[in-house]
Design a protein around this ligand. Structure first.
Ligand SMILES: O=C(CO)[C@@H](O)[C@@H](O)COP(=O)(O)O
Length: 230
């Protein structure tokens, strides 16, 4: 934790903060694009590296209307430092994750329909296809039900993901929270979570679904995380 005030940190990192406000504003367009949200029901945040600050969506503002200057700057206790709007209802949850997980640079919340259906049943998505092993390294787990507004959701996210390689958790009776090294990685995890939730749901309609053998999950995850791509 920095010894400087949030305002001093903001003044020192103004360029990075403005860049992240623009990036997080743009990333919100991915939520409706991939059918992860209805109306304003999801949010993206990013940690400002080297500070105790984060940037997050304003509460209840339409994705079509979002501009970089609407993205709210908060400290890591969810208090607004800059911005004319109230921050997202989930700000304290995101802030808790950043306080507890130094490796996390981005957090996303959605109500994407297939994944949220698994959350409504309180059922983990079994790791039954290679794409799941790649991105999640196992099942997508279920976290506890928690009321919206305080840091209880953040506590549930951190406690659940501690025992998993998955960057996504299905919060029981609510929806999806994902984490990533940066906000883009957390958005990607949210997109992939909905994709595998839908695929495994479809597979279930035709019969039982089997989890891949653990050694195959481990090999696939290792290849995707360390070899795949450029
Ligand atoms: O999950 C919920 C409400 O159920 C909220 O996270 C969602 O509507 C998004 O709220 P915000 O617009 O980010 O305040």
């Amino acid at each position: 934790m920095s010894t400087r005030t949030p305002e001093e940190q903001l003044a020192e990192h103004r360029t990075e903060v403005e860049g992240l406000r623009e990036q997080v504003c743009d990333l919100h367009a991915e939520l409706p694009r991939w059918n992860l949200v209805t109306w304003t029901s999801g949010n993206v945040s990013a940690r400002v590296p080297g500070t105790d600050l984060m940037v997050i969506k304003p509460s209840g503002v339409s994705y079509d209307d979002l501009r970089p200057e609407d993205i709210v700057v908060c400290d890591l206790h969810g208090r607004r430092v800059r911005g004319r709007h109230n921050p997202s209802s989930d700000t304290e949850a995101h802030a808790y994750v950043y306080r507890e997980r130094a490796d996390v640079g981005g957090v996303v919340h959605t109500h994407s329909p297939y994944a949220t259906a698994w959350a409504a049943r309180g059922e983990a998505i079994p790791c039954a296809v290679t794409a799941m092993a790649d991105e999640f390294g196992g099942d997508v787990p279920v976290g506890p039900f928690a009321l919206i507004g305080g840091d209880d959701i953040g506590r549930g996210v951190v406690a659940t993901l501690r025992d998993h390689r998955s960057p996504a958790v299905l919060m029981r009776g609510h929806g999806v929270f994902t984490i990533g090294g940066d906000a883009r990685a957390a958005v990607k995890a949210a997109v992939m979570c909905e994709d595998v939730a839908r695929t495994v749901h479809f597979a279930r309609q035709g019969g039982p679904v089997q989890r891949l053998p653990q050694e195959h999950i481990d090999a696939l995850h290792d290849r995707y995380q360390n070899v795949y791509g450029q």
